[in-house]
Design a binder for this molecule. Structure first.
Ligand code: ATP
Ligand code: MG
Length: 366
């Protein structure tokens, strides 16, 4: 996968940007607050249809009414044009090859992997951050998964509304039946896909980690189904299992007014040589593991789509030591992975950078 052209109009601090990308490695240099991250954010936004950080209205340049991100890219040898228009007041418009389309048809078209310093907090952060990581990976590989997830979230919301109504005596408990069935079925589909993905990520992560860490460190990822009562017994998380266990929680769920079982609560655990990273990981180990995880995400998406996604490295060169930076650049060049890297300092790159350098200044490339 390759993005050939990026066009921005009134996106963040860019009035207009017309950018052609013809090298594999693209380095965006500039002082703080010039717009480097905004370029990466635009691509990430076009890839997932959402921004990690912002609401649509915040993406529109101050004082303007709408913003456009347009990306020409080549996938499996075929050129495509993807355009998203966002406005503060209006609904978002997505055009794929000139045809208006829905968000669920957008995910996975332009696959990206983003690595930014905030990812370093993933291990210690709230479970939602780790679920978002996993969901973004799987959704890009499987649009069906994204559709199931959207449906699931809606079902949980509706079940929760009903639980509250029952608690207030405004609805009868046997109305839960229908929602339990729907929830069980969708939950099973999601967890099956997540377990599968974790298994694949584990296989590649272990290999990648060995390559980029100086000591032999063994990374393993565990999917944690929250709310299990009997941990000793192997479980089969199918619709039947969810159905039975939801049923058993009807009363408790009514009391708390929310659904206490399901993939919306599950978590991921990361172990390094058998010890949990969130408790025992040093800063350096966290950096290497995050990098390993991002590279695993690349391999995972490559296996799913037949080609590498676009890699977006925001401000992470300064987080890696010289040896790892070099290993990383060599790997990216060897594998011909289209990469956009931001940095404030040239010093993070070899004398003769193996890519094209762009200077970003005040919302322009100079
Ligand atoms: P750093 O090196 O500090 O990470 P950066 O070059 O990555 O800097 P960006 O995060 O891309 O900088 O942000 C550049 C500027 O864009 C910021 O000063 C921010 O205030 C500005 N900005 C953010 N949103 C908007 C918007 N909607 N309209 C106009 N400017 C905006
Ligand atoms: Mg930045």
């Amino acid at each position: 996968m390759n993005a050939a052209k990026i066009f921005l109009s009134n996106f963040r601090n860019f009035g207009e940007l017309d950018l052609e990308l013809d090298a594999a490695i693209n380095i965006f240099l500039g002082r703080n607050a010039q717009g480097k991250t905004n370029i990466l954010e635009a691509i990430h936004f076009a890839s997932l249809g959402s921004s990690r950080a912002a609401k649509d209205s915040e993406l529109v340049r101050w004082g303007e009414t709408s913003a456009v991100v347009r990306i020409d890219f080549v996938k499996a040898g075929i050129s495509h044009r993807l355009a998203i228009e966002v406005a503060a007041e209006k609904r978002r418009r997505i055009l794929l090859d000139g045809i208006s389309t829905r968000l669920r048809n957008l995910i996975g078209r332009l696959a990206t992997v983003m690595f930014s310093p905030e990812d370093l907090f993933m291990f210690k952060g709230a479970p939602a951050v780790r679920r978002r990581f996993l969901d973004a990976v799987i959704s890009q590989a499987s649009p069906v998964y994204f559709a199931d997830l959207t449906a699931y979230n809606r079902i949980v919301e509706q079940r929760n509304n009903l639980l509250k109504k029952i608690r207030e005596g405004l609805s009868a408990p046997n109305n839960l039946e229908l929602w339990n069935e729907q929830l069980a079925e969708t939950a099973a589909k999601i967890v099956t896909k997540r377990l599968e993905a974790v298994e694949k990520l584990n296989a590649v992560a272990a290999a990648v980690q060995q390559k980029i860490s100086t000591q032999t460190e063994n990374l393993s990822i565990c999917y944690d189904v929250r709310g299990l009562q009997d941990l000793s017994r192997p479980q089969n998380f199918d619709a039947e299992w969810y159905s039975q266990n939801l049923q058993a929680r009807n009363f408790a769920d009514v009391q708390r007014g929310s659904t206490s079982l399901g993939p919306h609560l599950d978590d991921l655990q990361f172990f390094l040589n058998g010890r949990e990273l969130r408790q025992y990981g040093s800063q350096g180990q966290i950096r290497t593991t995050t990098l390993a995880l991002k590279l695993s995400e690349l391999q995972f998406l490559k296996a799913a789509a037949g080609e590498y996604p676009i890699l977006l490295l925001d401000d992470v060169m300064s987080e890696l030591d010289a040896a790892r930076r070099e290993q990383l650049l060599t790997f990216l060049l060897r594998e011909k992975i289209q990469t956009l890297i931001t940095a404030t300092e040239k010093t993070y790159f070899p004398e003769q950078p193996a890519g094209k350098v762009f200077h970003v200044e005040g919302g322009r490339i100079v």
